[in-house]
Structures are given as structure tokens and as C-alpha cells.
Design a protein around this ligand. Structure first.
Ligand SMILES: *Cc1c(COP(=O)(O)O)cnc(C)c1O
Length: 306
């Protein structure tokens, strides 16, 4: 029994028409806690649980924290999530629905994370949102499922925050003998830490983040994610907040699924007629995101118009 589900893989008619190639969607938005994070987080938590961890600690107010909270409830392990004051009320609510202890502390993630680390003790396991080989190994299972379905894409489109999903998909492609399948790694302009690292040829720490896709907001990607771009064909693409927001709205209309702008950044590439022109069969990882609400989408839309 796994804690994540085997998600549907569907051919998208609207996206295929927009992109002028066949677009397959891996619907990670349908994971019980709303994102692909469950794959890696469940793998990491089960690993630590089997070695005697009696508590899980996270400092993510987003989908990683939610996944830890979900897994903790399922395994009967208490979870503490320390989040900064900037975390939305909605995200805090979702964490409490999973019966996690939520501690609001500090103005930035750095401060929340420092407190989380100080709460650790011997019997607790800290679950990182993106920088841990256990996570990548778990995320890789999404590619195994595509391979088992017998569909080999000629490109994979996915969003990049800290690069955990990218690292996992690279691992999945390689272990299925698909090292030749390129990845289109998408960020928004205001959170382009992978893009900056590729340009510079080394890891770069962004001075600030400025995007509605807050889930993509890692000032620096994991070292391993950057290494992946040197060992696997990875093309870095950037979209604007406007494109991500419009992709959110279009995807809701086309597939009746509400995803975060972080996920819609990848969808925006598929909705862009020219971006996928040289491919025939493209897999888009619909990574999901549970913190999006219709009211928030409408507020962003209003702000954009103003
Ligand atoms: C975590 C997350 C991302 C980014 O994943 P990384 O592993 O940090 O690159 C993108 N979209 C959603 C919905 C996420 O939850």
C-alpha cells in the first residue's frame, strides 16, 4: 500500500489543439493532498518512520508541509509545521485540517525554518521541501507510471521551484531508459533561480522573489537540481505571472481543475502555440497545488487589470 495514488494520465484535447502536438497530462493535482509532493514526502516519511522517528517536522507553509501533515496523520505520527507570518490563512487552515500542529513564527521562511530545526530532538525527522534524495526517489515514481502505461513522451514539461520535482523526474526518466527525453523546466520571471544558475554556470542566490507563483519561490535551487541540468537534456523556460494566471483560468475551463500558478506556469508553455512545435508527444506534469482558491485567482486577475 502506498500513501500516494497512481494518478490518471490523460490526453488533453484542448492543450493538444493549442500546442499543435499531442499533450498528455499526468494529473498530480489529484493526489489526496493536492500535489505531487506526496510521492516524495511519503517516501521520506516512511523511511524515517521505519527507523523509529516519532515526529515529523516541516517548515513549509505550502504543499510540502501539507504532504507531511497528510502522511503524519495516515501513519499516526504527530507533525509540527513552523510557517512564517506571510503564510496564507488558507494554507494554515489546510494544515490544521490534517491535525498538524502549526506554529507561526518569523517574517520569512529562514526564521521559521531556524525555529523548526531548533525543535528537532532525537526522535524527530525533518522533512525538507525539495532538497533530499529520498524525495527525488519518491517523485520518480510518476515517470514509472507513465512508462508502465506504455507512453514514451518526446519531451516532459514541468515547473521548477527548488528543483525537487526536476530531480525526481530526471531520476525517473533515467531509470526507465529514457535518458534521451528532454525536460522543459519552467519558472516565472520573478522566481527564476534555476535559469540564473544555468546562465551563470553555477548556483545563484536571487536577491528577491517577485511572483504570484509563491510555490516556485526558492531563492536558490538544490545543488543536485543544477547538476541534473548538466547531466540530462534540460531546457530552461520562463513565463510571466500573467501567462501563469491565464493558464490557471484556461485550465479551469478546459479541465475543471483549479491549480496554483506554480503549476500553471508549466501549462502556460503548452498553451503557447509555438513553444512545443518541434515535438509530437509531450508529457506535462500537472503538479497541482492545494492553496489556490477561486477568490485568490479573481483577486490576481483584478490586480492585473488595474
Ligand atoms: C513544490 C511545488 C512546485 C515546485 O517543486 P520543486 O520540487 O520545489 O521544484 C511546483 N508546483 C507545485 C504545485 C508544488 O507544490
Amino acid at each position: 500500500m502506498t500513501l500516494h495514488i497512481r494518478t490518471p494520465l490523460i490526453e488533453s484535447r484542448p492543450l493538444s489543439l493549442a500546442a499543435d502536438c499531442t499533450v498528455w497530462l499526468k494529473l498530480e493535482a489529484l493526489q489526496p493532498c493536492g500535489s505531487f509532493k506526496l510521492r516524495g514526502v511519503a517516501h521520506a516519511c516512511e523511511f524515517h518512520h521505519a527507523r523509529g522517528a516519532k515526529r515529523f517536522v516541516s517548515s513549509s507553509g505550502g504543499n510540502a508541509g501539507l504532504a507531511v501533515a497528510y502522511v503524519g496523520r495516515k501513519l499516526g505520527v504527530p507533525v509540527t509545521v513552523v510557517v512564517p507570518e506571510t503564510t496564507t490563512v488558507r494554507a494554515q487552515e489546510l494544515l490544521r485540517l490534517e491535525h498538524a500542529e502549526v506554529i507561526v513564527h518569523g517574517q520569512s521562511w529562514q526564521e521559521a525554518n531556524a525555529l523548526a530545526l531548533s525543535l528537532m530532538g532525537d526522535d524527530a525527522a525533518f522533512i525538507h521541501p525539495f532538497d533530499d534524495p529520498l524525495l527525488w526517489e519518491g517523485h520518480a515514481s510518476l515517470v514509472d507510471e507513465v512508462a508502465e502505461a506504455g507512453i514514451k513522451p518526446d519531451a516532459v514539461v514541468l515547473s521548477v521551484g527548488g528543483g525537487g520535482l526536476l530531480s525526481g523526474v530526471v531520476q525517473g526518466l533515467q531509470r526507465n531508459g529514457w535518458a534521451d527525453v528532454p525536460i522543459l523546466a519552467v519558472e516565472t520571471h520573478g522566481a527564476a533561480s534555476l535559469h540564473a544558475a544555468i546562465e551563470a554556470g553555477e548556483l545563484v542566490t536571487l536577491e528577491r522573489l517577485d511572483t504570484i507563483a509563491t510555490t516556485l519561490g526558492a531563492k536558490q535551487v538544490a545543488e543536485h537540481a543544477f547538476r541534473c541540468t548538466q547531466q540530462h537534456p534540460v531546457q530552461s523556460l520562463l513565463v510571466s505571472d500573467r501567462q501563469a494566471l491565464e493558464a490557471c483560468e484556461r485550465f479551469l475551463l478546459d479541465h475543471r481543475l483549479l491549480v496554483e500558478p506554480a503549476c500553471a506556469a508549466a501549462l502556460a508553455v503548452a498553451y503557447e502555440a509555438s513553444a512545443l512545435a518541434s515535438y509530437r508527444n509531450v508529457l506535462v506534469v500537472v503538479c497541482g497545488g492545494a492553496t489556490a482558491t477561486l477568490a485568490q485567482i479573481q483577486a490576481w486577475r483584478a490586480a492585473l487589470e488595474a
